[in-house]
Design a binder for this molecule. Structure first.
Ligand SMILES: *[C@@H]1O[C@H](CO)[C@@H](O)[C@H](O)[C@H]1NC(C)=O
Ligand SMILES: *[C@@H]1O[C@H](CO)[C@@H](O)[C@H](O)[C@H]1NC(C)=O
Ligand SMILES: *[C@@H]1O[C@H](CO)[C@@H](O)[C@H](O)[C@H]1NC(C)=O
Length: 181
């Protein structure tokens, strides 16, 4: 038997599928902002405009091994009436195995990132050099098809909590401003 919530999410899924069929998405990145904590890493992000959409290069140097206490927040903000508002967000402890399967966004992103290099959100993180070349989200990827044309920001915020520490250290913040047409 379906309860109200299940009926509602099924309706939502159908609406999304209908939307997805109408869209042939093209993603153009208009701006990238990032800061990184030099105690942990240095990072360089470059965007290329190509005819099929933007692609991204990332070079990162991680200065220490990290195998616990890594938290990531990923938000999608959408521009409505001239203002960005958070539509969906996800938070995850990357090294914890407790909530495997709860959140599909990080595993789906990892699967895409792995196609373009060796920088992913897979814990543990070993010190060393990492890179991504010409990363792009495919137009027919589920995560892209869920999003109608418009202006957006994807924000990633990674933090680290040392063993027994009460505070989290910022590691990096990365914002991609983009348009889907
Ligand atoms: C890429 O194209 C977008 C939209 O046309 C533009 O705003 C942006 O400045 C371009 N970026 C680069 C790196 O050329
Ligand atoms: C990641 O890939 C780059 C380029 O192929 C390579 O130089 C680097 O050693 C790799 N990093 C790790 C930690 O395996
Ligand atoms: C963290 O706390 C545990 C349990 O209280 C203790 O055994 C351990 O030595 C502490 N580790 C550090 C790095 O302080």
């Amino acid at each position: 038997m379906l309860n109200g919530t299940q009926t509602w999410s099924r309706t939502g899924a159908i609406v999304l599928i209908v939307f997805a069929c109408m869209i042939s998405a093209k993603i153009m990145i208009t701006k990238v902002d990032y800061v990184s904590n030099a105690d942990y890493l240095t990072m360089k992000v470059q965007v290329h405009n190509e005819t099929e959409g933007s692609t991204v290069d990332v070079d990162g140097n991680l200065y220490m091994d990290v195998s616990q206490g890594v938290f990531v927040n990923i938000d999608l903000d959408s521009k409505m009436d001239g203002q960005y508002m958070t539509m969906i967000g996800t938070s995850k402890e990357l090294c914890s195995t407790d909530d495997v399967g709860m959140d599909p966004v990080v595993p789906l992103l990892n699967e895409e990132l792995e196609k373009f290099g060796n920088l992913t959100f897979n814990c543990p993180f070993q010190k060393g050099y990492y890179r991504i070349r010409r990363f792009r989200m495919s137009d027919d990827h589920m995560l892209v098809k869920m999003v109608p044309p418009g202006q957006y920001i994807v924000k990633m915020d990674l933090q680290h909590q040392q063993p027994n520490a009460t505070d989290k250290n910022p590691v990096f913040k990365l914002s991609f401003y983009f348009e889907i047409s």
